[in-house]
Every structure is written in structure tokens, then in C-alpha cells.
Write a new protein. Sequence first.
Length: 207
Amino acid sequence: MLIKGIEVGSFAANCYLVSCQETKEAVLIDPGAEAKKILQIVKEAGVTVKYVLNTHGHIDHMGADAEVSQALGAPLYIHEGDKALIENPRDDLAAYQGVAKPAKADGFLRDGEIISFGKAQLKVLATPGHSPGSVCFYNEKEKVLFSGDTLFAGSIGRTDFPGGSFPQIISSIKEKLLVLPEDTVVLPGHGPATTIAAEKQYNPFLQ
């Protein structure tokens, strides 16, 4: 896999363009803002985006969903637990300042589902807690985890937004993420990369 991280928007959210080196098929994870910037990077990469994927429905991760999905002709997928957030982003303005164009999911992600693009694959891991429909995406072969706002370097996602739950996010992390190989690289929705081993040892929320 080839992975291109793109920092977008005033909340410095991480959008990821993930592509199969052989076939040039790709997925786009969390196009939160700056649609033109994202589309230009996709064009320069010379890949075909098969799916637009959301780790969750907060506005800083889905603000450019509608524009990017339409421009690329790529269907949009999110977990059904966050369906309302992408369809009615103004409902989330108490949590995030800004207005996004409402988007419509073309399908819903399921826990354990395998998403294939070219010869690459991502497994959907349902990790509710930051939001009801939060998910992570895991590539077992290359040991890479796209953790959205569930797990950060040295921290975890906020749980004080509507639908958030501290006990639930801790349970999600311990049951779904910390069981992965310790050398798994974690690429979060904000901030720098980390590893499962580092978070087990140093993350104060997980001790």
C-alpha cells in the first residue's frame, strides 16, 4: 500500500489517501475539509478512488464528503451509527464550528467487513465511544491501523460530545486495538503516528 497523509481544515484533521501500488486503485479516508486540495493530490497521485470512507461523522472528518465523493464518482461509506451526523452536520455545530454540505451515505460499514481496492484490503473495526458509529480501518498484511478519533499518540478521542461514552471508548480500544500486533503503526485522525506498543506503555488513559 501507498499512504499519503493530508492535513486539512482548521482542526488539522488527517485525511488519508491509501492506494494499491500495483493497480492504482485507492480509498480516501476522512476528507474533512479543503476538497480542492484533496482532489488535486488525488489527481497528482494518478490513482482511481474506489471508495470514500469515514471513520466517524464529526464535521472535521466529513466536511468535504459530498464534494469529494461527487467529484470522484466514488461511493461514500460510514457506520450507520453516525448516519445522522453526515446527513445533518448542523446538528453537530455545538461540537464543531463550521458548516458542511450534508452528505448521503451510499452504504454502511459493518464490524469485521473487508474493504478491497486493487490487491489491498482494510478490515473495519467498530470502535464506538468517541461517537456511536466510530470505526477504525486495519491492514493486517502491513500492520497499519487508521484509528480516526478513537486512539491518538498519548491520548484518546473526546467523549463529551453527544453519543460519546468514556467507558465505551476504553472498552473499544482495549478489546479491538490493543490486541493487534505491538508493531502495528497507528495513523490517527489528528496528530502524529504512533504504535500499539507505545500506546500500551505510555498512554495514560490505558494504564
